[in-house]
Design a protein around this ligand. Structure first.
Ligand code: HEC
Length: 118
């Protein structure tokens, strides 16, 4: 009985979250500004990632995170996969949740995808 009550409570908590995630996934991606994304990446992401070819400072922890070029070159990387990765706190993985706005995510996504083919 107790287990049932807990299950019901968990379902009540989880349902709106699932709906929210589904709604967010359904939204069209805002069109990102790759140059703004490059500036943001330099400020926020470069402590861990190599974000550009001529990055001024190397990442603080060498080889801990894939370079943005390597991420861009992966076949499975898409605008949707990047946006989903950056928008949701993930229990797995070593990257901390970056708390970005939708427009920052769009800019970063546009920037990372712009590295493709380089
Ligand atoms: C504190 C270090 C740190 C910072 C800051 C950081 N990352 Fe990461 N990031 C990581 C690590 C470590 C991984 C590899 C994740 C793993 O394998 O667990 C990663 C992985 C990724 C991936 C690849 C996910 C995949 O599908 O494999 C993307 C995309 C990414 N980061 C984007 C960003 C962006 C954009 C920023 C800046 C807003 C950022 N990261 C800031 C450490 C960081």
């Amino acid at each position: 009985m107790r287990a049932l009550v807990r299950l019901a409570a968990m379902a009540a908590i989880a349902a709106p979250v699932v709906l929210l995630v589904a709604a967010a996934g359904a939204q069209p991606l805002p069109h990102g500004d790759a140059q703004a994304g490059a500036r943001l990446a330099d400020r926020v992401c470069s402590a861990c990632h190599i974000v550009a070819e001529h990055q001024e400072l190397p990442p603080l922890v060498a080889h801990s995170a894939p370079s943005f070029l390597a991420i861009a070159r992966r076949r499975r990387t898409t605008a949707a996969s990047l946006a989903a990765f950056l928008a949701h706190p993930h229990a797995l993985g070593r990257m901390p949740f970056p708390h970005l706005t939708q427009s920052q995510i769009a800019d970063l996504t546009a920037y990372i995808l712009s590295l493709r083919g380089r």
